[in-house]
Ligand binder design. Structure first.
Ligand code: SF4
Length: 500
């Protein structure tokens, strides 16, 4: 059983995935690849082909079985071939296929991976921040470097990422992970490699834990079933893997039911006396977990804690954007407007993936906002994403709107992130407080059979390819329903509050 770069990547996405892929109930795995994941793969492959077509001379080892390619790779490196495409490195329990192996002036090889994303994270050119090396890129390069090292062709622990902007980013794996963490990328890789190895060999068995990433995973139904059957703590909203594991380690709480039967006051008392006891699990969090467990299992009724008074205005806007974060492109600003008895949906859509189109659509959105009766409208959205995206867009299109105006817009008390209200002032008999889970609980149905933000991105990319208006209609319908779902949720919270 080989450790590969993709297994390391999977482990970073979800530590359970590696075990489940190898030892999980195969008949429960969805065979079909999620269309959004497929789109990302296709995009990666297309970009790689584009880069390779312009790279000049190289030895192509992309065809044949692994053993054959491995032998040819070794032969080529012994002959000091300058550039090898899709060579195979096998040593001990490692198998790596870097996109390129590039010879350095000292005769050693360095692995290069071509990525259709930015080579660093948190790049902020405006404020001169170069961004950090990406851990998941680093561990993949480290695996190639490790195999090269063991085969005697590399000794520096260095790799290169060729990114979407065409930049070559040097990944020095001897560097620490960050200013506050002295662990080097190499040590981080070694720890990850050992954990993956133990999972592959079934020496360690870890558990599923429901998280946002699960929706894109082929094991989603299988893990969800496990969580439900086991009454696992991650079935509670906001209770993730690390808190679940800590609660089991320190107080043997395994199930939601156990949490309900536990005497929390004793735990809190022990916490005061022993700093290591339930470390990282705060009093407020623990009490909230118990409240949510009680609502989920016993009362089964949503709760609004403090009275809410949403603004009474002539125009209410329920607003949602659709964007492709992998390309940092916003293609749709949707608004469902309610004014007295009248309701209508407005869309401000970029119909091409160009700066001009993105700017035009955003400019029209702001023109619409400026046309509304001053101080007589409210805006509801669901997540901090809209605000952070608009702040980023403002830096790019500062001639569309000033920084001050964007700030004033979001500082306006009538512009409301409903998720914050849900989080701080309500609880629901649900394991997820996503807009979809909440609105569906309230009886709202999306017209699309498979509504999802990830699929909307895939539809938009299809639309760009085919310019098929039917695809665009589907995107708009989905966005309109997201906006309407926000309205349904706002109305339900108001109604529950009014009954108090
Ligand atoms: S569904 Fe979630 S918990 Fe299960 S393997 Fe996939 S990402 Fe991990």
């Amino acid at each position: 059983m080989y450790i590969t770069a993709s297994k390391l990547y999977d482990y970073m996405q979800c530590p359970h995935r590696v075990w489940r892929d190898e030892h999980g109930p195969k008949d429960e795995k969805i065979e079909e690849t999620n269309p959004f994941v497929q789109m990302l793969w296709d995009r990666g492959i297309n970009y790689e082909e584009k880069v390779i077509s312009k790279i000049g001379d190289y030895l192509d080892l992309s065809k044949g079985d692994f053993e054959e390619r491995f032998e040819k790779t070794i032969e080529a490196m012994k002959k000091k071939t300058p550039l090898i495409y899709q060579g195979v490195l096998i040593k001990d329990n490692l198998r790596g296929i870097p996109d390129l192996l590039k010879i350095m002036p000292d005769g050693q090889y360095v692995p290069v991976d071509i990525k259709s994303g930015m080579g660093r994270e948190g790049v902020d050119m405006e404020n001169g921040k170069a961004g950090k090396l990406k851990k998941h890129y680093a561990i993949q390069l480290a695996l190639y470097s490790d195999a090269l090292n063991r085969l005697g062709f590399e000794n520096k622990k260095i790799g290169i990422i060729f990114d979407i902007k065409g930049d070559e980013i040097i990944y020095d794996l001897n560097l620490p992970l960050g200013a506050r963490d002295n662990t080097t990328f190499w040590e981080f890789y070694e720890n990850t490699r050992e954990a993956v190895s133990a999972l592959l060999e079934d020496k360690i068995k870890n558990k599923p834990a429901m998280a946002g990433i699960c929706k894109l995973c082929p094991w989603y139904d299988s893990c969800k079933k496990w969580v439900t059957e086991e009454d696992d703590l991650t079935g509670l909203f906001y209770l993730g893997r690390s808190r679940r594991d800590k609660l089991y380690e320190d107080v043997k709480i395994k199930k939601i039911e156990d949490l309900l039967n536990a005497d929390i006051e004793i735990f809190l008392d022990m916490k005061k006396r022993d700093k290591e006891f339930l470390k990282g699990v705060g009093e407020k969090t623990l009490k909230k977990d118990v409240i949510r467990a009680n609502i989920l299992k016993n009362t089964k009724e949503p709760v609004v804690y403090d009275k809410v008074d949403f603004p009474k205005v002539s125009h209410e806007l329920f607003f949602d954007i659709e964007d492709d974060p992998t390309q940092e492109f916003v293609y749709l600003h949707g608004v469902y407007e309610r004014s007295g008895e009248k309701e209508r949906f407005l869309d401000f859509t970029a119909k091409d993936i160009t700066i001009e189109e993105e700017k035009r659509a955003w400019g029209e959105f702001w023109e619409y906002i400026r046309s509304l009766p001053k101080d007589d409208f409210s805006v509801y959205y669901f997540s901090p994403h809209e605000k952070s995206t608009y702040k980023r867009m403002q830096r790019t299109y500062s001639d569309v709107i000033s920084e001050k105006e964007v700030e004033e817009f979001f500082d306006n008390p009538n512009v409301i992130d409903l998720y914050q209200i849900v989080l701080k002032n309500t609880d629901w008999p649900l394991g997820s407080y996503s807009l979809k889970a909440l609105a569906q609980y309230l009886g709202f149905e999306w017209r699309d059979e498979t509504p999802s933000g990830a699929l909307s991105i895939q539809w938009f990319n299809n639309y760009l390819d085919k310019k098929d208006e039917e695809i665009l209609k589907r995107i708009l319908l989905y966005n309109e329903d997201d906006c309407k779902a926000t309205m349904v949720l706002k109305d339900a919270i108001q109604k529950m509050s009014d009954k108090k």
